[in-house]
Design a protein around this ligand. Structure first.
Ligand code: NI
Length: 461
């Protein structure tokens, strides 16, 4: 028989054992909880932090789109090795993500090299997008290989930018190729005078496109080809054109092309009546602004031969002349007679005036007119860097100082190609222009600058 006391003792032992076991279980559980919920997560987040840091050695930002500018293949390899190493201790499904962005880094590096290879390296094309200068032998095939490579990249900002650049490059290349093909297709000969009209329309388009594609490497050879073609065509035209057939040349059309214009100015094919308005001795406060307003009113461009001293006195007016689209030339510093000056004195006076005009207007004149048209061939030889411009009709505005007299003198001496001397320093010039310009327009005169007039006397004998 088991006594009550014994039963009691046995129960007490059992309770004690149960309690100890329970505590032990609790401790083990607690330990596991700490491992599972604290230690492992800390270790893993540390691993991910390190992996991100490794990837960050290659990419610019957390977005993982743009590579750092100095990233090389070796950096990507190093990052990959680091990631492999980290996850050999802490296996994780997320490792795939790091592998993928590092694999993409390889592709991006290749793409960056390919994109760079599309452009000509210049000293200052840091900002390539505003100055896309294509390499000269770039082909559409080369471009489509790169475009295919982009297809494998993720849709991030880097890819978007690459696609944008590629579209721009493709457009440019297409325009260049189209222009090239067009110029090649231009004929080298003409049978009938009228043919020049349609051809000049095409040439004007090419000229415009070439000036738009200005900074491209191919432009030099394209311009040369176009010059060769237009030179041939101009020669052909001059061979077949006569006084009688010259009227068939649509001068308004043909002389829109600067290449044809350069080669046909003043030839028998040029039936235009040309007029070049030139004003000496300015700028001055009294009449220059009025003269500028009249020219604007009739939408005419003129030429102003400026005195250095006047430019110093009225810099804003000199700038205004340029701003309104007129041509400026050098007319000496303070109007000395070059006839009486030594070579050294002439050079000094001329250069001083060039410097003043350039400083004020940012333009260094390429044409000049000596005071009184004096100095002859000696000055022309001395100042060979610029072109001398004289005149074939003198308004004698300084003599008559009367608008009606000025008008009559000009109309009396009018020539098919008139280069008129006036002065914006006389009051009578303003009303004289008001009478003269509408009559000249009515007579079909085209207003051009002095160098376009095909009048090549450089000095008075
Ligand atoms: Ni003068």
């Amino acid at each position: 028989m088991v006594s009550r006391k014994q039963i009691h003792q046995k129960n007490a032992n059992k309770t004690y054992l149960n309690t100890v076991t329970a505590y032990l279980k609790l401790a083990v559980l607690g330990f596991l909880v700490i491992i599972v919920f604290l230690v492992i997560p800390i270790k893993y987040s540390q691993a991910h932090f390190e992996a991100q840091e490794a990837v960050g050695q290659v990419y610019q930002s957390q977005e993982w789109d743009y590579l750092k500018s100095q990233t090389e293949e070796a950096d990507i390899e190093a990052a990959q090795q680091r990631v492999d190493q980290i996850f050999s201790f802490y296996p994780s499904v997320k490792k795939v993500t790091y592998n993928r962005v590092l694999e993409q880094a390889h592709q991006k590096l290749v793409l960056e090299d390919q994109l760079n290879s599309l452009f000509v390296k210049t000293e200052n094309n840091q900002d390539q997008n505003s100055h896309l200068i294509l390499k000269e032998d770039l082909s559409q095939e080369e471009l489509s290989i790169i475009k295919n490579g982009v297809e494998d990249l993720p849709h991030d900002s880097m890819r978007l930018e690459a696609e944008r650049v590629l579209v721009e490059v493709e457009n440019l290349l297409t325009r260049i190729e189209r222009t090239q093909a067009g110029i090649e297709k231009l004929p080298a000969e003409i049978q009938v005078v009228e043919e020049i009209n349609a051809l000049s329309q095409q040439v004007v388009k090419f000229e415009e496109e070439l000036s738009n594609l200005d900074n491209q490497a191919q432009i030099e050879s394209l311009s040369r080809q176009l010059l060769e073609k237009t030179t041939l065509l101009s020669q052909e035209l001059q061979e077949i054109v006569t006084e009688e057939t010259a009227a068939a040349v649509d001068t308004e059309l043909v002389f829109q092309s600067y290449l044809f214009s350069e080669q046909l100015d003043g030839t028998v094919a040029d039936t235009r009546k040309l007029f070049s308005l030139t004003f000496d001795d300015g700028p001055n406060l009294e009449y220059t602004p009025e003269v500028l307003d009249i020219l604007d009113k009739y939408q005419i461009k003129a030429t102003f031969f400026l005195l250095g001293q006047q430019v110093e006195n009225y810099p804003e007016l000199a700038q205004e002349i340029v701003a309104r689209g007129h041509l400026i030339g050098n007319h000496s510093y303070d109007h000395p007679d070059y006839e009486t000056l030594t070579d050294e004195e002439i050079l000094e006076d001329f250069t001083k005036t060039q410097d003043i005009i350039e400083e004020v207007t940012q333009i260094r004149p390429v044409i000049y007119r000596t005071p009184y048209g004096g100095g002859g061939g000696r000055v022309v030889r001395l100042l060979e860097g610029a072109t001398s411009v004289i005149w074939n009709v003198d308004s004698e505005d300084w003599l008559s100082r009367n608008s009606q007299t000025i008008y009559e003198k000009v109309m009396d001496e009018l020539q098919p190609k008139t280069l008129l001397l006036m002065h914006d320093s006389h009051e009578a010039v303003v009303p004289a222009l008001e009478i003269l310009i509408p009559v000249l327009k009515e007579e079909g005169y085209v207003f051009v600058d002095p160098l376009e007039i095909g009048y090549d006397f450089l000095f008075f004998e």
